[in-house]
Design a protein around this ligand. Structure first.
Ligand SMILES: *Cc1c(COP(=O)(O)O)cnc(C)c1O
Length: 469
């Protein structure tokens, strides 16, 4: 399996190259040359596999340049009870009203990003050691992505992480989660400014090609193909968990931001997994709902992004959408290039005819959920099921209940645990409500923290990186 860019102007790449590169040289996203097709009998053989066995079977179809015993080693090291709490890794549960919830957030940082990021950490370490290279990852975070990256890369040979965050702007829990890491290869930099400034510093460093080259600077953003690949596994796993045979269809409802999670569902469906609908759940920042309802994609300005109780879905544009649009335009890179050129001039594009014609084939649908609806859903699920769900997951449960058709089986992705969003849970369930917290996080706010405070200045950050690698 080789990889091509959605914009058509990058040479064919192997898996390891795509893993380390992230974005393609022509500005596009890497996708496999074609999706492997899984036959019905192959699906039958996979039905009873454990999570790591299934991950191995799926990933070996996408990885062309790492020996199979090594792939097996990497998935077994990643997908174990020690990292994810149970041997099931992603357990499915059923609410009283029949909607299913897929537990994707039992990893080290209590959000679904761990599932792909933990694999990435192990894959990076192997590939870098093998190629005798090192990598210095820089990133900016306002919460989830930074912690998932740090917990995935901590203690890994050949890798250092420099993570910028806005000083004093994250919750006490989020700060403690990142800043209490004492690993020598993890550097938390609290910038005396806002998140956007942190991101600008990262962009400035990325734009300095000489610096990037000399100090082996890289990133781990959500457009990395390996993350999408790793996420396809739980679509298969949960499908097998709640069906009796392959004649049944299952729909998925996915709290979406950058379109990475649900893009993995799209890949799984194209591989032949009997998925009915892929429901894109958005919050008040509804650029994706607008696209799937009208065919018009109209990225917002950063200043128009609304801050909500679902911060991980507060986006102006959805980077991974380019992978789906590439398929929608029959994998014509010239069209993708033209469409994104429109976007870069501040306009959007309109694919309503194509989207309508292909609606059943791709199965995408969408909906939007407001803060009041999330709060109400958190209350309902607590009242009916004595379960606490996080506000992101609540967007999916709200829409699954609203959009469900008779006899449709819907799986909602649980993309974070409520412990990460204390304030919203208390708003829904009462000030005195004791939000459940996994044992290893009890008292984390009291642990010693290791951070460097810096001014809002890219040169100062560069100096710090130089001194510490
Ligand atoms: C990242 C994230 C999302 C959005 O996932 P995408 O892959 O960006 O669509 C949803 N919920 C939570 C809690 C997240 O951390």
């Amino acid at each position: 399996m080789k990889y091509i860019s959605t914009r058509g102007a990058s040479p064919l790449k192997s898996f390891s190259e795509v893993l380390l590169a992230g974005l393609a040289e022509d500005g596009g996203l890497y996708v496999p040359q074609e999706y492997p097709h899984i036959s019905a009998s192959q699906l039958d053989q996979w039905r009873d596999l454990s999570y790591p066995e299934l991950a191995f079977e799926i990933m070996r179809l996408f990885i062309d340049d790492i020996h199979e015993p090594v792939i097996r080693f990497l998935v077994e090291k990643t997908y174990c009870a020690e990292n994810f709490g149970t041997d099931e890794i992603t357990p499915v549960r059923r609410l009283n009203d029949g909607v299913h919830i897929l537990g994707l957030s039992n990893g080290p940082t209590l959000a679904f990003k761990d599932i792909a990021m933990q694999f990435l950490g192990n894959a990076f370490e192997y590939v870098l050691t093998h190629q005798k290279k090192t990598l210095n990852i820089i990133g900016a975070t306002s919460g989830d992505t930074g912690s998932a990256a740090e917990y995935a890369m901590r203690g890994k040979r050949g890798i250092k992480v420099f993570m910028l965050s806005p000083a004093g702007k994250m919750s006490a829990f989020q700060r403690a989660q990142m800043f209490s890491l004492q690993d020598e290869n993890i550097f938390n930099i609290a910038v005396d400014s806002m998140f956007d400034d942190c991101q600008d510093i990262v962009k400035a460093i990325q734009a300095d090609a000489a610096f990037k080259q000399e100090y082996s600077i890289g990133t781990v953003n959500s457009i990395n193909w390996a993350r999408v690949m790793a996420q396809t596994v739980y679509y298969f796993k949960s499908y097998f968990d709640i069906t009796g045979d392959n004649d049944e269809k299952v729909s998925f409802c996915v709290p979406s931001g950058n379109f990475g999670d649900i893009c993995a569902g799209h890949v799984a469906k194209q591989m032949g997994l009997p998925i009915d609908r892929l429901i894109v759940a958005t919050n008040e920042n509804d650029v994706l709902d607008e696209f799937f309802q009208t065919g018009v994609y109209r990225p917002r300005q950063a200043k128009d992004v609304v801050v909500t109780s679902t911060p991980s879905m507060d986006i102006a544009k959805a980077s991974n959408l380019e992978r789906f649009v590439f398929d929608l335009v029959r994998r014509d890179p010239e069209q993708v290039k033209a469409l994104w050129a429109e976007i870069n001039t501040g306009k959007g594009f309109n694919l309503s005819r194509k989207l309508k014609a292909m609606k059943n084939f791709y199965g995408f649908d969408s909906g939007k959920c407001t803060h009041a609806q999330r709060i109400e859903t958190i209350r309902q699920v607590w009242a009916d099921d004595k379960q606490v769900i996080d506000p992101h997951t609540a967007t999916a449960v709200y829409l699954a209940r609203k959009m469900r058709q008779p006899n449709e089986k819907i799986v909602c992705m649980e993309t974070a645990l409520p412990a990460k969003f204390d304030d919203t849970i208390k708003e829904a369930l009462g000030e005195d409500f004791a939000v459940p917290r996994p044992e290893h996080y009890v008292g984390i706010e009291d642990k010693p923290q290791r951070i460097t405070n810096m001014p809002n200045n890219a040169v100062a950050v560069k100096m710090f990186i130089k001194e510490n690698i």
